[in-house]
Design a protein around this ligand. Structure first.
Ligand SMILES: *Cc1c(COP(=O)(O)O)cnc(C)c1O
Length: 430
């Protein structure tokens, strides 16, 4: 059989019903599962047999949806998590412990920056942040003896920088560690980081994958390509016996394809319990069924809005990797051939006051602290998420007071542009 299109995988991947079984993914709304003998259940606890015993660790509905996302990303295995934050924490903490070190791009989601720079630091895991545009020398210089992972975002939220995945993967592999890429903004429809050398891919499924602003969720996908045993000294958690699981050595028992996700499930999900509910997984799957239809429209709207804004006299600059004027245009052409996402940011010449006037008059776009769903929304960091900062502090942080982030939804682009045009005109009325 020829390789199936990703479009078909969006619709039919993961769950493949047998004769007479439900066509739609069943919601297995059960915390627990029944066995005939204690011996049968014992085998599950020993990881000697596969099966379900408690939904904190694994649930069939969640596994069907995780399997679909693994297929979409070209990975070997995946697990759903309660949020994108949990996904990134699990991806890192599965291979890093106290005394270890992470190399991360400085251009990442604020929540993930805080997770790595503050919370994981309290757990004894330190990090060095590098610019996504650093030279190869600067990148290599960031590594230490105890470095265990490299982390970046394909398109960073909200900076919209584009990661040079091949360069970061090469550096990670030269130092014997995996590259973890948060692929939330492009989704596998627009970029599959594993094809460019990434080893582990994460998502906040809250964004485009769900796509309707319905459920908070996350996913960790393992490529199954990283050879843990070849670097056994760096990854004792995968390459030496786990005494909390009867002395199992994950990399030996489950191989390259199974070790990472099995360990994350058996240890991290067992101990932290950041599990996704089967209801949420079902709703996430409804979103995935149309992901390949929705993403091109988000990109079309983002591109049209970016091109429109770039021509407006009230706009100082527009930040969108699909614009030829953008610093990341060439890199976006390479990694994001079908376009990146529907999120655009732009700076209004009139600063905070202009942003306030503009936002107040929007009729189609709503003011929200969310991105990447069907309804267009926008945010002015200076008057919302970053309102404690002065204009000077904002400028230093690269978030000028007049900056507006707009997440283009699935509405008609002519209506979006008309809405922006009338709100921009209000800035000039005084
Ligand atoms: C939103 C987001 C997260 C966090 O995801 P939650 O589902 O809100 O926990 C992580 N990474 C990126 C790129 C995001 O956009």
């Amino acid at each position: 059989m020829t390789k199936q299109s990703i479009n078909t995988t969006c619709v039919q991947g993961g769950y493949r019903p047998g004769n007479g079984e439900p066509r739609q993914v069943p919601i297995i709304q059960s915390t627990t599962f029944k066995y005939d003998t204690s011996e049968d259940m014992g085998k599950l606890f020993d990881l000697e047999a596969t099966g379900y015993f408690y939904s904190r660790l694994q649930n069939p509905t969640c596994d069907y949806v995780a399997a679909k996302i693994a297929e979409l990303e070209g990975g070997a295995a995946a697990m759903l998590t309660s949020s994108g934050q949990a996904a990134n924490f699990f991806a890192l903490f599965n291979i890093c412990e106290a005394g270890d070190h992470i190399v991360a791009s400085s251009s990442i989601y604020g929540g993930t920056f805080n997770l790595i720079a503050v919370t994981m630091a309290k757990m004894g895991v330190t990090a060095t942040f590098v610019s996504p545009d650093c030279s190869e020398e600067e990148l290599h210089a960031a590594f230490q003896e105890n470095t265990k992972a490299v982390f970046g975002e394909t398109i960073a939220n909200p900076a919209l920088t584009v990661l040079d995945i091949e360069k970061f993967a090469k550096a990670a592999h030269a130092h014997g560690v995996p590259l973890i890429v948060d692929n939330t903004f492009p989704t596998p429809i627009n970029c599959r980081p594993i094809e460019w050398g990434a080893d582990i891919v994460t998502h906040s499924t809250t964004k485009y994958m769900d796509g309707h602003g319905s459920c908070v969720g996350g996913v960790v996908v393992d490529s199954g390509k990283f050879d843990w045993l070849a670097h056994a000294d760096k990854f004792p958690g995968l390459c030496s016996p786990d005494e909390s699981y009867h002395g199992i050595t994950y990399a030996e028992k489950f191989g390259k394809e199974g070790a990472f996700i099995t360990k994350a499930t058996a240890q991290l999900m067992r101990d932290f319990g950041c599990t996704q509910s089967p209801q949420s997984a079902f709703i996430l799957n409804l979103g995935l069924e149309s992901l390949h239809v929705r993403m091109p429209r988000h990109v079309e709207n983002g591109q049209a809005v970016a091109e429109f804004l770039e021509k407006q006299p009230q706009v100082e600059y527009v930040n969108y990797p699909g614009l030829p004027s953008n610093k990341y245009y060439a890199r976006a052409q390479k990694y994001l051939g079908n376009g990146g996402c529907g999120v655009v940011s732009f700076n209004l010449k009139g600063g905070r006051k202009a942003a306030e006037t503009f936002m107040k008059h929007l009729r189609v776009a709503a003011i929200e602290t969310h991105v990447a769903d069907a309804r267009t929304c926008c945010l002015n960091p200076a008057t919302s998420t970053h309102r404690q900062m002065t204009d000077e502090q904002l400028a230093t942080a690269g978030i000028p007071a007049g900056l507006v982030r707009i997440s283009c939804g699935l509405e008609d682009k002519a209506d979006l542009i008309a809405d922006l045009a009338q709100a921009l005109a209000k800035i000039d009325e005084k």
